[in-house]
Design a protein around this ligand. Structure first.
Ligand code: HEM
Ligand SMILES: *[C@@H]1O[C@H](CO)[C@@H](O)[C@H](O)[C@H]1NC(C)=O
Ligand SMILES: *[C@@H]1O[C@H](CO)[C@@H](O)[C@H](O)[C@H]1NC(C)=O
Ligand SMILES: *[C@@H]1O[C@H](CO)[C@@H](O)[C@H](O)[C@H]1NC(C)=O
Ligand SMILES: *[C@@H]1O[C@H](CO)[C@@H](O)[C@H](O)[C@H]1NC(C)=O
Ligand SMILES: *[C@@H]1O[C@H](CO)[C@@H](O)[C@H](O)[C@H]1NC(C)=O
Ligand SMILES: *[C@@H]1O[C@H](CO)[C@@H](O)[C@H](O)[C@H]1NC(C)=O
Ligand SMILES: *[C@@H]1O[C@H](CO)[C@@H](O)[C@H](O)[C@H]1NC(C)=O
Length: 727
């Protein structure tokens, strides 16, 4: 293993690297943990759904404009100006300042802005835009059937544009070799990375009319190989067998045949090896890892991310009485090697604040989640513990069919610090004010006898704007003592959060070197006032007196306004309808949901899970296109009602609009609740025939050819916009 410890051998021996990484990180590791979530929790309970626009890989912003291809290419263009001799440039998201294609001509086209705008929805203090660009490579390659590209976290975002430095198809051999050498890639690696990039998507007439002349392809795109939506080595095999249609090999613009120039540079030696598909996979996993690990000097990356077997979530202490604390949280258990069916219980065994064994806590199943290659089950708990002896750490004990296994976080136990924590039960997020803000009132509980005064920080995200990356504004303020209980003193702090920023805002409470951090403002609108036994404060703290449902905070909340997380269930007695809308990046236009007289507006990807059917769900999609027609449908079954109104571009567009009535009919006529994704869709108008993914289906053909099996339904305007399916 020791030989694996140098960076050089990491790169040379990919397998060795994976072996090393098998000794999993110690929790908590903030940046690693956030990226691990985004990488692993694609679907199900607590899903982050980062790969939403990549599943299936055929998703296109407009026909012929591959989203996966855009993600992969964005990473290359960001890295390409790297200069390994000066240590300047590399994967640092500087492409976010280089969108003006009059200056950076290589960044013409919408893919860069769209990819970055999508990533910016996931940006926060623990997920830099540059790490998200790296994650986009992992997700796009994997979603399209390619290998796992190992991902390390910790990249730091640029604050300004970098050098110009993306190769041009017209560059001659010497210039190309020199440019890749500047990036740290020798000739063979150059050939490999181009061969590993040019398998998704293709060349667009709009950006490269001399390479793919207008009107010579049905969608305005000359694909690199015959499987533009599969991450495979056909770009190489078709080049070698002479059947290639790759415009960068055989296009009419002879000077721009850069792939031909690159692939043939060593007499086809490198690409011939990659004609073996296993070799292509291994090579691409390694060379794309090198591409995303080409970072500015001084950036320290974490270990390669592998899933934790056991990972805690939302650990929270609250003071409930003088003598007791409420300890609540969730444990994510990886069910890949240990099937869920073999688990008879998951328990926590905890130590008190003096390190003495203090008891066992039972958990209940909350739900399942999955990533591309892993499955997980979440277990939840909440229990009262002694305020006097409290808690310092726990281990997780799984009772399996084969015996008992203890997960001890690499021998350290999972730490729980009880010196300061947000008293979430008595903290509030107030209603929307005339000023356009909501008041966050944060209560912190500080262990008596702790030195120093606590403070509170709020980290607001300043959203990405065109040609600028998103940033974080952190403001820290002291907290005011309110009152005290036997073991804890309560402090209060407030901040007026602009309503548009509430979702992404995180807060911390800290005292000395202790902190309860990176917490979401998912606080109740009204909470009990603090009532303390001890003296020393001003008595009861004031909290907001009224609670109103604001559209901002309730769009993914079930009808009765419960702030609890929704749990997707497949219990056949409960109808679960999941409505998925594309992110604004790919689906401009608000989506409105009404249920039980309440209206929810979703402006970004939203999963609305309704568990109290029979119910009515209606949604409206507005597309700001010139001529419009309106369709209204209402269908009733004994179990539920789904009504829909769409306003879409008129049927005179190239692609016919799929009426929602088909979706509704198909959905309501299906008796099964479990076969989502089994349908098949076909298109007869020569546009695209999309395979159906397990999660969702796209449909990009004409109206007459719509054919749905199972209960998968999709409809579209002039491009893909949304899909509806039943779980
Ligand atoms: C010699 C180096 C390279 C040159 C000259 C080059 C050139 C091009 C050109 C001209 C296009 C067409 C863009 C358009 O019309 O929209 C393209 C597309 C693409 N390139 Fe490269 N490229 C190079 C290396 C790479 C590398 C190293 C990667 C990633 C590893 C990559 C990934 C892609 C992808 C995924 C697309 C398709 C984008 C889409 O379908 O929207 N390229 N490249
Ligand atoms: C190709 O078509 C686009 C519009 O589709 C037009 O803007 C462009 O000028 C055309 N280019 C050529 C070379 O004809
Ligand atoms: C490389 O492969 C291409 C495509 O098959 C072929 O035209 C060319 O002659 C090959 N070059 C060499 C040096 O073998
Ligand atoms: C604790 O769990 C019980 C059921 O086990 C639930 O009713 C209660 O709402 C939970 N409380 C918190 C604060 O999560
Ligand atoms: C906050 O998040 C919810 C659900 O994810 C979303 O529907 C809502 O539009 C978001 N609010 C804002 C202001 O972005
Ligand atoms: C916090 O609020 C709850 C009601 O939500 C109340 O019962 C409790 O006394 C409050 N906690 C403290 C420490 O005052
Ligand atoms: C509110 O949710 C609870 C479960 O949390 C459910 O039992 C109840 O029926 C719901 N009420 C309404 C009005 O939907
Ligand atoms: C960048 O992309 C976003 C999201 O797709 C879009 O709203 C915005 O108008 C784009 N900006 C430009 C200048 O293209």
């Amino acid at each position: 293993m020791l030989m694996c410890m140098t960076k050089l051998s990491f790169l040379a021996l990919g397998l060795c690297f994976i072996d090393t990484a098998a000794s999993v990180a110690t929790w908590p590791s903030p940046t690693y943990d956030e990226l691990e979530d985004l990488m692993m929790l694609n679907d199900g309970y607590n899903a982050r759904d980062f790969p939403f626009p990549l599943v299936p890989c055929t998703f296109a912003r407009a026909p012929g404009f591959s989203i996966a291809g855009g993600f992969l290419r964005t990473a290359f263009h960001d890295m390409a100006p790297a200069d390994i001799h000066t240590g300047i440039g590399g994967l640092d998201a500087s492409v976010g300042f280089e969108l003006d294609s009059t200056v950076y001509i290589e960044n013409a086209g919408v893919a860069f802005n769209n990819s970055l705008t999508y990533y910016s929805k996931f940006f926060n203090g623990r997920a830099s835009m540059s790490d998200l660009i790296g994650l986009g490579v992992y997700a796009s390659v994997r979603a399209c059937g390619g290998p796992v590209v190992p991902l390390r976290a910790g990249r730091i975002d640029a604050t300004q544009a970098g050098a110009v430095g993306v190769p041009d198809p017209k560059d001659n051999r010497q210039k190309m070799v020199a440019q890749f050498a500047r990036m740290g890639f020798n000739q063979q690696e150059m050939i490999q990375v181009v061969a590993c990039g040019h398998t998704l998507g293709g060349v667009h007439s709009a950006q490269h009319p001399t390479v793919v002349p207008n009107g010579t392809t049905p969608l305005g795109t000359g694909d690199f190989d015959t499987t533009d939506s599969t991450y495979d080595n056909k770009v190489i095999t078709q080049y070698l067998d002479g059947s290639t249609k790759n415009p960068l090999c055989i296009g009419p613009d002879v000077d721009s045949r850069s792939d031909l120039r690159v692939f043939s540079m060593d007499g086809n030696k490198t690409v011939s090896v990659m004609a073996d598909s296993a070799s292509y996979s291994t090579t691409c996993s390694r060379i794309l890892q090198k591409m995303i690990e080409t970072v500015p000097a001084g950036v320290q990356l974490t270990d390669s991310i592998t899933p934790y077997d056991v990972k805690p979530y939302n650990l929270q202490l609250n003071v409930i009485e003088d003598e007791s604390l409420l300890f609540s949280g969730e444990i994510r258990f990886r069910t890949h090697a240990v099937p869920k069916s073999t688990i008879s219980s998951i328990q926590l065994h905890y130590l008190d604040r003096n390190g003495a064994s203090a008891g066992t806590i039972d958990t209940i199943v909350l739900g399942d989640a999955s990533g591309f290659d892993d499955t997980f089950t979440f277990f939840g708990f909440n229990t009262t513990i002694s305020a006097k002896t409290s808690i310092s750490s726990f281990v997780v004990i799984a009772t399996l069919a084969s015996g008992t296994v203890t997960y001890d976080n690499n021998g350290e136990g999972f730490p729980v610090q009880d010196t300061i924590f947000a008293q979430t039960l008595n903290s509030t997020l107030g209603p929307l004010e005339d000023t356009g803000t909501q008041k966050a009132t944060i209560i912190a509980a500080v262990r008596s006898g702790t030195g120093g005064e606590p403070d509170m920080s709020i980290s607001l995200i300043n959203p990405m704007t065109y040609n600028h990356l998103p940033t974080i504004s952190k403001s820290t303020s002291p907290m005011t003592k309110v009152c005290q209980s036997k073991y804890y003193t309560f402090y209060s702090g407030g901040y007026d959060v602009p309503v548009a920023a509430v979702n992404g805002t995180k807060y911390d409470v800290s005292v000395g070197s202790f902190s309860d951090s990176f917490k979401n403002l998912d606080l109740p609108g009204i909470a009990g006032a603090l009532t303390c036994s001890g003296s020393g404060g001003s008595g009861a703290a004031t909290t907001s007196a009224t609670w109103s449902i604001s559209t901002t905070s309730s769009s993914s909340t079930p009808a009765n306004g419960s702030s609890a997380k929704t749990t997707t269930t497949q219990d056949s007695n409960i109808w679960t309808t999941t409505v998925v809308t594309a992110f604004t990046t790919y689906c401009p236009g608000a989506t409105t949901f009404s249920q039980n007289g309440k209206t929810y507006i979703a402006t970004e990807a939203t999963t609305l899970t309704i568990v109290d059917c029979p119910c009515t769900v209606s949604w409206t999609r507005s597309v700001s296109e010139s001529s419009s027609s309106t369709t209204s449908i209402s269908t009733t079954t004994t179990a539920w009602v789904l009504s829909a109104t769409t306003t879409t571009s008129s049927a005179t567009s190239d692609l016919l609009v799929r009426p929602v009535s088909d979706a509704v009919t198909s959905a309501t006529s299906s008796s099964s609740t479990t076969n989502a994704g089994l349908g098949s869709l076909s298109a007869s108008e020569g546009v695209t025939s999309s395979p159906v993914s397990p999660a969702i289906a796209t449909f990009t053909g004409g109206a007459s050819s719509f054919a749905s099996g199972g209960n998968v339904i999709a409809w579209l305007g002039s491009t893909f916009v949304a899909a509806v399916y039943l779980l």
